[in-house]
Write a protein that binds this ligand. Structure first.
Ligand SMILES: [Zn+2]
Length: 275
């Protein structure tokens, strides 16, 4: 008989020092056989410039931290998630003039997501939470195709859209890329990797009137629009603000994992009204 508490809660795992069974790279085959996960989390980031002061791996660090913290919270509440190894590359087609930025095409992203989903479905894990850390990643059409092809159900999370009320009250100006929000998260998660000398994150180009109206969109030529690669002023970022946001965002994702994981296998996240 497999019980939800076959998963060791974080405190019992040595306060983070021991292997965490809900992290796939730390779990072993015996543990996974004894307590099969029901919901998988796939952190998906990008490898790109983040102003002059944050690491290229910022989006990966954020997505992994959110997935791991949410899963730990969900385990304590009896859920059985598993956090998959992160995908480190994202769509950076407009940033390839920035040194050591790596672009993953939509075709490649679709192939990766398809193979991950097909593998999980064969092991009767039919629920996947895609934890996205990069604004340039657009997953909706990929998710529709992969769900049709594999039978898995996927929920996409753009981490910066979570807990909007708390975001607004915590950050005077969260910024779009490497601004207050991301700098605060890195000050909380990897303070030793946050450098001095950040740029202002200001804009140097805009779409002229008539071409940038509501409902119209074209990708930004990033270096032309954002000379230091940042979009949003990182001034005012603090580790405390980062911790506040991450804790609240992880709680929101944990709610999803717990609620969805409690539904029978083969069940999508929707339930009948009044059901
Ligand atoms: Zn980022």
């Amino acid at each position: 008989m497999v019980r939800p508490d076959d998963f060791l809660p974080p405190a019992a795992a040595g306060a983070g020092k021991g292997p965490r069974q809900w992290i796939l790279h730390e779990s072993n085959y015996r543990q996974l056989l004894a307590c099969r996960p029901t919901v998988a989390l796939l952190p998906w980031g990008a490898t790109e410039a983040h102003n002059l002061h944050l690491p290229h791996g910022t989006d990966v660090i954020e997505a992994v931290a959110l997935a791991e913290e949410a899963a730990a919270l969900a385990v304590v509440r009896g859920a059985r998630p598993i956090v998959l190894p992160a995908i480190p590359y994202g769509n950076d087609a407009q940033q390839l003039d920035q040194v050591a930025t790596i672009h993953l095409s939509t075709t490649a992203a679709l192939a990766i997501l398809s193979d991950v989903a097909a593998s999980l479905v064969r092991q009767r894990i039919d629920r996947l939470v895609l934890v996205n850390g990069h604004g340039g990643n657009e997953f909706k059409p990929l998710v529709r195709d992969v769900m049709l092809a594999t039978g898995i159900t996927i929920v996409v999370i753009d981490f910066w859209r979570l807990v909007p009320g708390l975001l607004a009250t915590t950050f005077p100006d969260p910024g779009d890329h490497a601004g207050q929000l991301e700098t605060s998260l890195l000050l909380h998660l990897r303070p030793e990797w946050v450098a001095e000398g950040a740029g202002s994150g200001g804009r140097a180009a805009v779409l002229p009137p008539g071409m940038g109206q509501p409902g119209m969109w074209t990708p930004r030529p990033w270096s032309q629009v954002h000379p230091d690669s940042g979009c949003g002023d990182p001034a005012g970022a603090t580790a405390e603000r980062g911790a506040t946001f991450l804790t609240a965002a992880a709680g929101a994702v944990a709610d999803l994992i717990v609620a969805w994981g409690a539904l029978p296998p083969g069940t999508g996240p929707f339930v009948p009204i009044g059901g």
